[in-house]
Design a protein around this ligand. Structure first.
Ligand code: MOS
Length: 699
């Protein structure tokens, strides 16, 4: 996998340089402790018991056999578990009543001296249910579907400009696409270790944001946040599924309270799909109308999705159409239906990933109808202002990304006719798609201290979920202080540090970095007052970006990108293999060329999985997901990813934050599936409109 990128001033300043991960050695030597790896004295292990019916009530729990297994300390159920205050997020309200809202919902928790005892005892717990009928099947015309007022991200569910049915158009496309449920499946399963000590609670939790975990536990366990410390020092990925607290942390704290012991709950991989969220399936109808010149006269994107009976979470898949292309008739809406399904939640580029798959596939269909190059079609429809809000873009270099990508990929001279390139039984094709992701930023605090020994301590409760956040924040600090990176000691991942928002929405570096930048800039001034040398007690400066990071902007702020793919389709086996993926991004200033490239390539790899192999199937009879482990839920392996390149263009955006960074964690997944689907159409001449493009569909 090749990959390059230029960062302005990379050789002069720590910012932009391809610095290696500060904690890299700790991680590869096993010195980095994850949430389940804190063997506190007397620690017990717990194993949950998932419901085996899709809907109903627990009528009886017989724990007698389980309690006879040596080493078992407790079997917690809704009948004996400590009571909790009801949280806003009802997926956390576990072991509080007898209802079973979906299969896999936890109905009991066994706590034991060892993991083996806990697991054996969990299998010995007998649960009786009263079973109700269930419905987990999403259909485009489900009788219970409704149009929600708002969707995930607080966007309006429906927007309509100029009437939905459009103006007379020379060329029309009216097509449907389907994206099945998808799961985040981070490498480290959700895990928490909890310990109560004289009213003080310490929790090691695999989370994207410890402050939210602390505040949620404070309200559910009716204690003050000052008595709770949440440590998330190292996190083995999350992809959105650890963006909010999950049942593992509530169960660990419950069990620690009930038994008086430190307790670890490490959720088995097979239990994750039902309880830690997933990307809900989306059914799309996209209607485009354009003149012969390719200019859109109408754009309608309608999305149907589901949520659970536990909470409303609506994948905002039509929202990106409001950013991408303008049209005199512009219509976007969402329909959602409550089903007896596990609760969906955030997954990398929620909304954009499935929404842009549909929109960018439809744009490719329109280009084919028009006989127009798909890069040119996007260029003629590149708006001056954000179509929905009318605001000017803080920066929008999508067309530059498309042109640079076309140049690097070797797009020019492409024969647009489908099915024109063959290698024996293989048909070859290339495709392109655009990508976008919003610039999100939240208020954060941070603290910087100059020490007499010449080092600088920088503290912020950021979470490094494997992205390299520690390293990038140290670079931001070094740059603002004007010192070498080696002199900065960065502390993240604990709620005793200055409060900070979660690692999510591609906003972490912008949010934390802004506060770190400000604290360090202030510290540099203070230090200058001391003649550049700190006194024996050190000098400290603090920053809080509240009121600035959350201020409404006069600009529409988004990152953009262009994805190119080459696919080979085997006409004998139906297998699709991607030979090349290339992405070019305009995402503000790139702060670390090495970790940024990994973020882009990681996103593209996840998009490759979305396009070709990843799917979670809701079994209508059983009511939960058929694929519940990594042997059946197929994430790409190295052999699936032969050649991935990530590039970026230098983009200077003064309207985002002091570093000029936009956020890069999610945009890599956004256009990848459409680019691959478009390449498959170019190879074969056939439109497949349901992901993933598995051989059974392609043959
Ligand atoms: Mo990301 S899905 O915002 O954690």
């Amino acid at each position: 996998m090749a990959g390059t990128g230029t960062a302005p001033g990379a050789t002069h300043s720590a910012l932009g340089a391809p610095a290696e991960r500060i904690e890299g050695r700790l991680k590869v030597t096993g010195g980095a402790r994850y949430a389940a790896e804190h063997p506190l004295p007397g620690r017990a292990q717990a194993w949950p018991v998932p419901a085996t019916v899709a809907r109903g009530r627990v009528t009886a729990v017989d724990a007698a056999d389980a309690l006879r297994i040596p080493g078992v300390l407790a079997v917690l159920t809704h009948e004996n578990a400590p009571r909790l205050a009801e949280p806003d997020d009802r997926t956390l309200f576990v072991l509080q009543d007898a209802s079973v809202p979906h299969r896999g919902w936890f109905v009991a928790l066994v706590v034991a001296e060892t993991l083996e005892s806990a697991r054996a005892a969990a299998a010995a717990v007998r649960v009786d249910y009263a079973v109700d009928e269930h419905d987990v099947t999403l259909t485009p015309d489900h009788p219970d579907a409704y149009e929600p007022e708002t969707v995930n991200g607080d966007f309006p569910g429906r927007r309509e400009i100029g009437g939905p049915d459009g103006a007379p158009a020379a060329v029309r496309v009216d097509v449907g696409y389907e994206v099945t449920p998808l799961h985040n499946h981070p490498m480290e399963p959700h895990a928490s270790t909890a310990h109560w000590d004289d009213g003080e609670l310490t929790v090691y939790s695999s989370s994207q944001g410890g402050n939210t975990v602390r505040d949620t536990l404070a309200s559910m366990f009716e204690t003050s946040a000052e008595h709770i410390t949440v440590v998330s020092a190292h996190v083995g990925g999350g992809f959105g599924s650890k963006g909010t607290p999950r049942p593992d942390v509530v169960l660990a704290v419950l069990a620690a309270r009930a038994t008086g012991r430190p307790v670890t709950v490490s959720l088995p991989r097979r239990y994750l799909p039902a309880v830690v969220g997933h990307r809900a399936p989306t059914l799309h109808r996209v209607r485009l109308g354009a003149g012969r010149d390719g200019r859109l006269v109408s754009l309608a994107h309608e999305v149907t999705t589901y949520t659970s009976h536990v909470k409303e979470f609506v994948e905002q898949a039509a929202v990106s159409a409001r950013v991408m292309y303008g049209a005199p008739h512009h219509f976007t809406t969402h329909h959602v239906v409550r089903l007896d399904v596990p609760s969906p939640s955030w997954m990398r580029a929620p909304g954009e990933a499935p929404g842009m798959y549909a929109l960018e596939s439809a744009m490719d269909e329109l280009a084919a109808e028009l006989g127009m190059d798909p890069v040119e079609l996007r260029a003629v429809n590149d708006p001056d202002r954000e179509p929905d809000s009318g605001k000017p873009f803080s920066s929008r270099h999508l067309v530059d990304c498309l042109r640079e990508g076309a140049r690097r990929f070797g797009w020019s001279g492409r024969d647009p006719r489908p099915g024109a390139r063959a290698e024996g039984p293989l048909l070859l094709g290339t495709g392109v798609a655009a990508a976008t992701y919003p610039v999100l930023v939240s208020p954060s605090t941070a603290e910087a201290e100059a020490r007499p020994d010449g080092t600088f301590a920088v503290r912020v409760n950021a979470t490094d979920i494997g992205t390299g956040a520690r390293t990038v924040l140290a670079q931001v600090a070094a740059d603002a202080l004007g010192v070498a990176l080696e002199r900065v000691r960065i502390e993240v991942g604990c709620t005793t540090l200055p409060a900070a928002p979660l690692a999510g929405g591609s906003s972490g570096t912008s949010s934390w970095g802004w506060a770190v930048h400000d604290a360090c800039a202030r510290l540099a001034e203070r230090l200058a007052e001391h003649g550049g040398t700190p006194p024996a007690a050190g000098v400290t400066a603090r920053a809080d970006t509240a009121g600035r990071a959350d201020a409404e902007s006069d600009y529409a702020r988004h990152a953009f990108g262009a994805h190119f793919a080459e696919a080979a389709v085997d006409t004998v086996t139906g297998e699709v293999r991607v030979r090349r993926l290339l992405g070019v991004y305009a995402a503000g200033r790139i702060l670390n060329a090495r970790t940024a490239r990994s973020q882009f390539v990681g996103g593209m790899t996840m998009g490759l999985g979305m396009a070709l192999t990843e799917t979670s199937t809701l079994d209508p009879a059983f009511g939960d997901f058929t694929e519940s482990d990594l042997a059946s839920y197929h994430v790409p392996a190295h052999a699936d990813v032969p050649d991935v390149e990530a590039h970026w263009i230098d983009e200077s955006d003064p309207h985002v934050n002091p570093m000029g960074s936009k956020g890069i964690g999610e945009i890599g997944i956004v256009g990848t599936a459409a680019a691959i689907g478009n390449a498959v159409h170019h190879a074969t001449g056939v439109r497949f409109r349901e992901l993933p493009l598995t051989p059974d569909k392609v043959l």
